[in-house]
Every structure is written in C-alpha cells, then in structure tokens.
Write a new protein. Structure first.
Length: 423
C-alpha cells in the first residue's frame, strides 16, 4: 500500500490524537503569527516615527543665509526644514500691544511713536518647537507652509488679533524698519502663545503677543539693507545616525568652525526605543515558540512511534523500507500542520489589530507622557503572503525537527525483535 494512503488512513483511525496534534500545532502557529505581526507592526511604527517625529538638527552661525539653508534642506537625509529670519516691522493701521508696567526713566526720552512688531520669517511654522510640541497652537485658520513661499500672508498671535478685531481672512499692513517698504499681509491663521507678558516693562516688539510669522520672502523684503543672515535653521532627519551627514554638508558650506550644530533626538529616542524593544521582544517570542513547539511535538511523535512499534514491525517484515516509514510519519505531521497555519491566519486577521494597539499603543502612550512629544499613529499589523510564508515555513520546519528523532528510532528498528516482543 502506498505510504501516502497509509498516512491518511492512520490520521482518520486516530481521530482523537490527530485532533490533539492539530490543536498543539494551531496554538504554536497562532503564537508564531502573532510574533511576526508584532515584529512587522514595530518595524512599520519605527519607520513612521522616523518620518513624523524624526530628529531635529539646529544650525546657527555666520554665513547661514536662506540660500545656504535651502541647499542644506535639499540634502539626502533631510525630510523637512525650517529657516528662521527674525526682523522688526512697524504696524500700520493696527495697534500693537503695550506693556502694562511703568516705563523706566532711562527710556522715557526715546521715540515712542513707532509701533514695532516682531516678525519671524519661516518656511514651515509646524517645525517650530512650540508648535511641534503643542504648547503653541493654531486656534483659527492654519500655519505657514512651504507652499506660501511666494505669498504675502501672516499668522498673528491671538492677543494682537483680539485687540484689533482681526481674524483669518483679514489684512494687516506692516512697514519695514527703514520705512522703505509697506506690505499688506493676508492673515491665514491665528495662534495662541501661552507665554505671559514679562513682569517688567518691555518694548512692544519683545512682547509675545506682538509676534507674527510670515513666509521667508516677506521677511527678506522687510529686512533693512541686503543682509539676510538667519537666526537659525532646523532640519528634520530620520535618525540620529544621519546627523553626521548633515554636519559634513554644513561644514562644507559654512566652514569648519563658524557654526553651532546641535542635535535634539530626545523625542525620537523616547518613542522609537520602546517600539524597538517591542520588536526585539517579538523576535524572542518567535524563537522560544519555535524551539518549544519542536520539543513538545517531537516528544508527542516519539510516544506515537513507541505505541506503533508492532505496526511498524509488521510493515518492515512485509518489505516496506524504513525511509518510507519515516516519510509516512513526516507526512502525517505535515498534514496536520498546514490546516493549523490556515487557522492561525484566520485568528491573526481577527486579533492582529487589537494586539498591535494593545502593545505598541501602550508603549507609545508611556513615551508620550514622559517626553511630551507628538504621538505616531498605530496602524493595523501587516498580514501578507510573506508573513504567512514564514509561519508555514517554520511550521513545516517544526514538523521536520519533531520527526527527526523519532525517524532515527524507526531507522534502527528490526522487525524480528519487534514482533517477538509484541507476541
């Protein structure tokens, strides 16, 4: 009789043992699939964290101009960048906020007719530290984006907007400090800065409520003269390891010792490290489950071989080869493993999302609470052919390993001694 047919008959004749073997395989494969899904979710979340959180590199120094910042911003490691150009401009048709504290005697003789505002030229206001961490928020409209490069728009502070009854869509006029240019700016957003006014008298342009954010080109038009040295430029990269590439490019453009280079990777580490720990834990789970599954199933198959010694002795005495007997046992185990993989795939589809949310979500909530950083979204684990192929491959590998030791026992069997002991 063909050993394949005998394997099928053996599985049907021993339904209880077959069901128990299938149950063990199903548990092992489900746990393996959970480990792989968790690994995939951790890898995807790490990539998302690199893209959304990233590492901020701040460059300051002589010679840092908008053109240099643009060249650094287009280098390979940089995902987003934001130069900052602070200027002063006079409000026209609007009343700036004034300090409630008495003016010091030393400043009473100065010209108090100029109503100066603090105007900050930016490329992407969302990259400013107060905005990215949420302490400063847009309450109406939107912030400054790279698409505003050629537009005369502005984002104003809530206190200045309330004093002059301004809102998104209105226009505010500002004049350069040298009184040569007057620009109308359309307000596209209003933001709230929680910074209180200083306890002592402060010039209007230093009050937090008199702050405007405008596109970089507008700030350059308002800046007196031709100099356009930036206060700083912030570049967002994927990981701390890429900071060396940005440093080398900045050194090439600015010189060896003429700039300050700082890396702020606290938010990145606080969010990415827990995710990496989850991925490492998932990899450890996979190895432990694979080894434990192979050991348990090997013991079960070994016991089955010992119980079927008489059957094996009869088959050997009838001329069946030992290799085919080993193949029969391997086929029986594999026939149980494949349905278990299908069951594990179904369970993974049903419970995979909850698994990723429970583990990765909790880790991220802990890191956000500790760092005050923006949270990266947790998506569903990726169930694909590669993951199922890994589970099926390990399942079949466990089948091979679990039948290896029993197979050695079968190869050493002698039909005469088996039949004598059975009699």
């Amino acid at each position: 009789m063909n050993f394949v047919k005998r394997a099928g008959m053996s599985l049907r004749a021993r339904k209880a043992r077959t069901a128990a073997l299938w149950g063990i395989f199903a548990v092992v494969c489900t746990l393996l699939l959970g480990g792989f899904l968790l690994q995939a979710a951790a890898a995807r979340q790490e990539a998302d964290a690199q893209r959304t959180i990233g590492v901020d590199v701040t460059v300051r120094g002589k010679g840092l101009t908008p053109a240099v910042a643009d060249r650094l911003g287009t280098s390979a490691p940089v995902n987003r960048y934001n130069p900052l150009l602070p200027v002063e401009a006079e409000a026209r048709g609007a009343e700036p906020l004034e300090s409630d504290q008495p003016k010091p005697p030393a400043t009473r003789g100065e010209d108090g007719t100029r109503r100066l505002l603090a105007v900050n030229g930016v490329r992407d206001s969302g990259m400013l530290l107060p905005f990215s961490y949420g302490s400063t928020k847009i309450t109406t409209g939107r912030g400054i984006t790279p698409e505003d490069s050629g537009r005369r728009v502005a984002v104003v502070e809530r206190r200045l907007a309330e004093r002059n009854r301004l809102t998104a869509g209105d226009t505010i006029r500002v004049r350069s400090a040298d009184s040569r240019r007057t620009l109308p700016l359309k307000i596209v957003g209003v933001f709230r800065d929680p910074t209180p006014d200083p306890p002592s008298w402060t010039p209007p342009h230093e009050l937090p409520g008199n702050t405007l954010y405008v596109p970089m080109r507008v700030a350059q038009e308002l800046r007196p003269g031709t100099a356009a040295a930036l206060g700083e430029a912030v570049f967002r990269i994927g990981s701390p390891e890429q900071a060396e590439l940005v440093h080398a490019e900045a050194q090439r453009l600015l010189g060896a010792k003429t700039f300050d280079f700082r890396v702020n990777d606290r938010a990145y580490k606080d969010q990415v490290r827990p995710i990496q720990q989850v991925g490492t834990f998932a990899e450890l789970i996979v190895w432990v489950i694979a080894l434990a599954g192979a050991l348990i199933l090997g013991l079960i198959v070994m016991l089955q071989v010992r119980e079927r010694r008489v059957e094996l002795g009869v088959l050997l005495s009838m001329g069946e080869t030992r290799q085919k007997l080993v193949g029969q046992h391997l086929l029986e185990v594999a026939a149980v493993a494949l349905p278990a993989v299908a069951f594990a795939a179904l369970m993974g589809q049903l419970a995979g999302q909850e698994l990723g949310d429970a583990l990765l979500g909790d880790r991220q909530r802990e890191s956000v609470a500790a760092a005050g950083a923006p949270r990266a979204a947790v998506g569903p684990p990726a169930m694909d052919v590669v993951v199922l192929g890994k589970v099926a491959g390990i399942g079949l590998g466990i089948s091979l390993v679990s039948t290896a030791a029993p197979g050695l026992v079968i190869l050493r069997l002698h039909p005469r001694s088996i039949l004598i002991q059975g009699a």
